[in-house]
Design a protein around this ligand. Structure first.
Ligand SMILES: [Zn+2]
Length: 438
């Protein structure tokens, strides 16, 4: 199996041809939504729109934005799938369920074809992340209700030997890694770090006793922050590939290739818009904006201009790997952003700085607070056991680096000892918000 791509023709298609393909698919997706979904018929009619209004890809901007709250409301009005769906329940073979911050779950439905296409995209992303049929893959993501669970089928369809581990305790997972010697694992960046540190504490020589050579990560921006990625890579002696997924569409929609220069998003299935979150206007390549996604081929439930809550940058430039689909870089969640002195701050902006300072462990926690009616933030970091630098000097370095990178300084930098901050076993909680009237 010497092939370089999982699906060469579509992955390396010319930009013009890709956009022509997207336009055809977009027309039929909008038509399907209008003809078969009560919700879409209602909101399109209200806006005076019909499928004929799509003549170019830019025409998508005329259509209303879809929020998670709308999906939640429509599903509670018409259980269990809501009225965004375009098929009878009889044709739905799978739903994933995500609870989000409010705790009210939303269901993401798939027909048989949707599910097969979902898995084909997973195989494509796994292949780009170096997985081949000879590999042993351990899927260490939650299987319970979560859309990332079934992604393992994409690895099986690719031909890899798959171990369905799920979220078993670290001790058990390390035992399995030792026993079955898988060479590829998928988990979150914080868990990859936690697992590595746990292995070392237990006296396991990761690079000798375990076979992991590729770590796929998703769920947090860390996998695309070079210093975080390198720290995990050095700990494990492995290469880290970052993936991005969204439960309302696919388990993973985008993934890194061997050049790690942004995540290739499956643009034959998804139309991507990146817009200014205040004005809704498209932003230029390289600029930060919120990502809106439109499905192009979903049968069960088209998603038209779904507001992801993720801030990204993008490029349409062809990658060195030869793939032509848009590449995105995840900056963070809109919800995790705070504004301080007019600067939009994401935890990932702070992480970039912290991970690059050798005297720190890389763990950090941000506290956002109100000081004299103004939003400020403190950063807690850990000094490495092996570091010999004076505390004041180290704080001064951190403060200067943050100022250079962000343009602002924290109110206070709190230096802790190695191991004092809590270690995440799934997603790290990096922000504590204690502002008044937030
Ligand atoms: Zn590439």
């Amino acid at each position: 199996m010497g092939k370089k791509y999982w699906a060469e023709e579509i992955e390396t298609i010319g930009r013009d041809e890709l956009e022509a393909y997207q336009l055809e698919k977009l027309k039929s997706q909008i038509k399907l939504a209008y003809e078969k979904s009560t919700y879409y018929r209602e909101v399109f009619d209200e806006s005076g729109l019909s499928p004929e209004d799509i003549k170019t890809l830019d025409d998508i901007r005329k259509f209303p934005i879809l929020t998670k709250q709308t999906i939640r409301d429509r599903q509670s009005q018409k259980p269990i799938l809501g009225d965004l769906v375009t098929v009878d329940e009889e044709q739905v073979v799978f739903i994933s369920s995500s609870s989000g911050s409010t705790g009210v779950p939303t269901a993401s439905p798939f027909t048989k074809i949707d599910f097969d296409e979902f898995q084909d995209v997973q195989s494509r992303l796994f292949w780009a992340a170096s997985m081949r049929p000879k590999d042993r893959y351990i899927h260490a993501l939650n299987f319970s209700l979560f859309v990332g669970g079934p992604d393992v089928i994409g690895a099986q369809n690719l031909g890899a030997l798959c171990i369905w581990a799920g979220t078993i305790p670290a001790d058990r997972l390390l035992f399995i890694l030792k026993e079955y010697q898988p060479n590829i694992i998928w988990t979150t960046p914080s868990y990859a770090w936690y697992l590595g540190e746990t292995a070392i504490k237990k006296g396991i020589d990761i690079k000798k006793e375990l076979a992991i050579r590729t770590i796929i990560v998703a769920g947090e921006p860390g996998g695309s922050i070079p210093a975080t990625r390198e720290a995990i890579e050095n700990l494990w002696g492995a290469t880290v590939y970052d993936f991005y997924g969204i439960s309302d569409i696919f388990g993973a929609c985008a993934g890194a290739c061997e050049y790690h220069d942004g995540l290739h998003i499956a643009e034959d299935h998804i139309l991507v818009e990146v817009v200014d979150e205040k004005t809704g206007e498209p932003v230029a390549e390289g600029e930060r904006g919120e990502m809106l996604l439109t499905t192009l081929r979903k049968e069960a439930r088209p998603m038209i201009r779904f507001k992801t809550g993720d801030i990204v940058t993008y490029t349409n430039q062809k990658c060195r790997c030869g793939r032509t689909h848009k590449r995105i870089n995840i900056v963070g969640r809109v919800d995790d952003m705070f504004i301080c002195s007019g600067v939009n701050v994401f935890p990932s902006d702070i992480e970039v700085v912290i991970r690059n300072i050798e005297d720190l462990t890389g763990e950090y926690r941000i506290t956002v607070l109100t000081d004299n009616h103004i939003t400020k933030f403190n950063v807690e970091v850990e000094k490495r056991k092996t570091s010999t630098i004076e505390n004041e000097k180290l704080i001064d370095i951190i403060s200067k680096e943050l100022k250079t990178h962000l343009g602002i300084k924290p109110k206070e930098i709190i230096l802790l000892n190695d191991g004092e901050l809590p270690r995440a076993t799934h997603k790290a909680k990096r922000i504590v918000d204690i502002r008044e009237n937030k």
